[in-house]
Write a protein that binds this ligand. Sequence first.
Ligand code: PLP
Length: 367
Amino acid sequence: MSTSLASRPVPRPGILEIAPYVGGKSTAKGGGKVYKLSSNESPLGANPKAVAAANAISSQLELYPDGGATALREAIGKAYGLSPDRIVCGCGSDELLHLLAMGYLGAGDEGLYSQYGFLVYPIAIKSFGATPVVAPEVNYTVDVDAMIARITPKTRIVFLANPSNPTGTYLPFDEVKRLHKALPSNVLLVLDAAYAEYVRNNDYESGIELVSTSDNVVMTRTFSKIHGLANLRIGWMYGPDHVVDVLNRIRGPFNLAGAGLAAGVASIEDREFISKAADYNEEWLPKLSDAIRATGLDVTPSVCNFILIHFPDVDGKRAIDADAFLQDRGIIVRRLEAYGLNNSLRMTIGTPEANLATIAALREFMK
Ligand SMILES: *Cc1c(COP(=O)(O)O)cnc(C)c1O
């Protein structure tokens, strides 16, 4: 294929194989109240202190932000007992995932992830001409043996969301360590811990210690979920010096806006707000899961701020029918065809009002 003879600019191989990411819907029919439960956003909103910090930036919009994200890295370091030198901030953790792919993947390389892994992984892998390799899951849970079986001499990155979206399931940390042990030392393990703050199971760890003690593991985190700051696009990565160095070379010099930097500092310093959000989730997760199961639907046990609901393969009762039924009542949930989950929907835990409205609607739908 000679691109020099093409009559118009041609992107690099792989780019046109990318299915563009489609986010959760934000509008519904009905004209009444709309409950957006499609993007795992926080029902508690942002910390008022974070809102105030972001607002304060509006008087200096002509100034470039601190390209080194110094104050935010220091605040994160303090909150987690980490060296700020080993933290990189990103325009959402999505940017960090892309930067990791840019730094470590090229044509001929393979990026490995699991069947229901986050849709951003194949996008990042294909963006740099590498080949996505997918390991099947068991019971909507990452299967470490299947992952290990798909490691080849071409594998360069393994992306693991723990816990995972859209399934809501997680791997006990012993399993993550088993996966890490099986990786050649030149393969980078990316632990995407976007929902770590919600998990209260004793056998879960986000991966901080594994990063500290390894040369080939990084952990990414986000302010989009429990911090309620998705709009400001703030993510961070903790990694070994040499990976941090690579990302600092290739990232945009001012990749976070000042409002995000300021809000991130205010939010991470307020541990009480975060634990309140986790308590709220812990209250509603079993309540909602049980109530949905009581309608006759199947629910995958979740440790996150969302629930994966499976529908019967019966005319009029499939996920697509439920989605239309819910939309008519102003309830927007996430369709999952892009993950190959054609008969499931993902519902974010919302405000009490939104949760009760959804339970009532699903009850009526299943009658
Ligand atoms: C929401 C989410 C993220 C975070 O994305 P941001 O770019 O930080 O908003 C990362 N990984 C997974 C699995 C997610 O669900």
